[in-house]
Design a binder for this molecule. Structure first.
Ligand SMILES: [Zn+2]
Length: 66
């Protein structure tokens, strides 16, 4: 994995696009999205992000990033 992943922080559960503070925990999963950058989230926010974040594919495409 790259440094980009090792320093990734959770952007969940809304994908960091609603202007509020992100979770900030280390990201463990990357969720594929349609026409958007993949969303990196911590274990706590993986479930909520699948349901709440914009552009999430269904069925979800989830990659372990760390
Ligand atoms: Zn989180």
């Amino acid at each position: 994995m790259t440094d980009r992943y090792s320093t990734a922080r959770c952007r969940g559960p809304y994908g960091g696009e609603n202007g509020t503070a992100d979770c900030g925990d280390p990201a463990r999963f990357e969720v594929a999205r349609h026409l958007r950058a993949p969303l990196r989230v911590c274990p706590v926010h993986l479930g909520p992000a699948l349901l709440l974040a914009a552009g999430v594919l269904w069925p979800p495409g989830i990659t372990l990033v760390s």
